[in-house]
Design a protein around this ligand. Structure first.
Ligand code: HAM
Length: 424
């Protein structure tokens, strides 16, 4: 039997309400902040990610799905979408129309990582980018939007950590300092860190290996080596978070894994997630547009892992949002089926939902199947009901029943405008 590829997974119908709830809530909230959706291709020229994300990052050097197409062009399945969004912004000159641009996206990304709970080779992100402004208030607003989404989804226990990783004017000096400090005690670091010390020394600060924690503690902190511009930007960003009453912690070791970041970086972690506890991450990328051949343009954004969000989503939030029908029509016999099919059409034309049971072999079997699809109500039409025009409406939760006519049923369908469930 052919199975799904390692590190990928099917999202089955029973999981779908969680995904749909997340997507619809995100779309609603992002719209209230003036963000518009963008969709870019799943694959891009490989060069986009080499230039945008950086050759020395783990993502580019170890994790990309890169392949030649039939004309010999090197293509890559997108490992993230910030580079693609900035490419599209430059290509379609989107900034001419709105400045700053506020864009969001929802879709699959691909990274060849070691699969484990919360870490996949195809995963999904919800992300947002603000392009064309370097105001620190916009950073706080984007984070407020992300936290509002978590709040609306009733996801509790998230923590925001922030940092500034400097800019091209202050970072090179800090990197030299860090490189020297690491090389002084190189033997105390793990093999990965020893490798990073020459290729991408900032990532040493981020190492999770137990044995590296002690030597990392004594390394210089970037917060002590920011230039005046970065220091003042970071202070303003913090004060905008405080004005919005957003709680945060500063962690000087937060460096993130993509090379395009400068100044503000942040992550949101959640204790419910286990080892892969990073729920969302982002930061400022003022150099990315110029790096990709566009006009220099400022940028800030974030992305959140949807599989991880699904894991952290409480059951109550999903129950409250369920939109599958609650009413099951149970016709007993072919004649009743004809009437029930007509009633089902009217219910749906009124914008409400119902299941129609086609093969009710007996009332008992039909009620069992209504229960299985988690219907709250069953409307029973047998010969008796057809004659009297009084149908039996069973409340499957309360285990009660009453009689209802077609007119009363359709009146109930007309009430509760905008709701897909029928209010009896
Ligand atoms: P990132 O930190 O690489 O940032 O990914 C953002 C989020 O995607 C992570 O916090 C995590 O929840 C999720 N994620 C990443 N890799 C995996 C995986 N293999 N399996 C499951 N979930 C995963 C970015 O991608 C940046 N583009 C964010 C950004 C937008 N920065 C500025 N704008």
């Amino acid at each position: 039997m052919v199975r799904a590829v390692k590190g990928t997974k099917d999202i089955l119908p029973e999981e779908m309400p969680r995904w749909q709830l997340i997507e619809s809530t995100a779309r609603n909230i992002f719209a209230t902040f003036g963000f518009e959706e963008i969709r870019t291709p799943l694959f891009e020229e490989t060069e986009l990610f080499h230039r945008g994300i950086g050759e020395a990052t783990d993502v580019v050097s170890k994790e990309m799905y890169t392949f030649p197409d039939r004309s010999g062009n090197s293509l890559t399945l997108r490992p993230e979408m910030t580079a693609s969004v900035v490419r599209a912004t430059i290509e379609h000159r989107l900034e001419l129309y709105r400045n700053p641009l506020r864009l969001f996206y929802i879709g699959p990304m691909f990274r060849y990582e070691r699969p484990q709970k919360g870490r996949y080779r195809q995963f999904h992100q919800i992300g947002a980018e603000v392009i064309g402004s370097d105001h620190p208030a916009i950073e706080a607003e984007a984070i407020e939007m992300l936290l509002l989404l978590l709040e609306r989804l009733q996801v509790r226990g998230s923590e925001l950590v922030i940092n500034s990783i400097g800019c091209p004017s202050c970072r090179p000096d800090f990197l030299n300092l860090l490189r020297n400090a690491v090389s002084e005690k190189l033997e105390r670091f793990c093999a990965d860190c020893r490798d990073r010390s020459s290729r991408n020394v900032l990532r040493v600060l981020d190492c999770k290996q137990e044995t590296c924690q002690e030597p990392i503690e004594s390394l210089p902190a970037i917060s002590d080596h920011l230039c005046e511009g970065c220091r003042s930007h970071f202070l303003q960003f913090r004060s905008w978070l405080e004005k919005r009453r957003v709680p945060y912690q500063v962690r000087s070791r937060l460096v993130r894994g993509l090379d395009y970041y400068e100044k503000t970086t942040f992550e949101i972690s959640n204790g419910l997630l286990g080892a892969q506890n990073a729920l969302a991450g982002g930061g400022r990328y003022d150099g990315l547009s110029a790096l990709l051949g566009g006009k220099p343009s400022k940028g800030f954004g974030f992305a959140m892992g949807m599989e991880r969000l699904v894991l952290a989503l409480p059951e109550e939030a999903v129950k409250e949002s369920s939109s599958t029908p609650e009413l099951c029509l149970v016709p007993l016999g072919e004649k009743a089926l004809e009437v029930a099919a007509g009633v089902a059409s009217k219910i749906r034309q009124a914008g409400k939902g119902c299941y129609l049971e086609y093969e009710a072999r007996s009332l008992k079997a039909a009620l069992r199947s209504a229960d299985r699809i988690r219907a709250r109500w069953a409307l029973i039409l047998g010969d008796n009901e057809l004659q009297t025009g009084q149908w039996v409406l069973k409340d499957l939760t309360a285990q009660t029943q009453r009689l209802i006519t077609e007119t009363e049923l359709l009146e109930a369908c007309a009430s509760g405008a905008g709701k897909t469930q029928i209010l009896f």
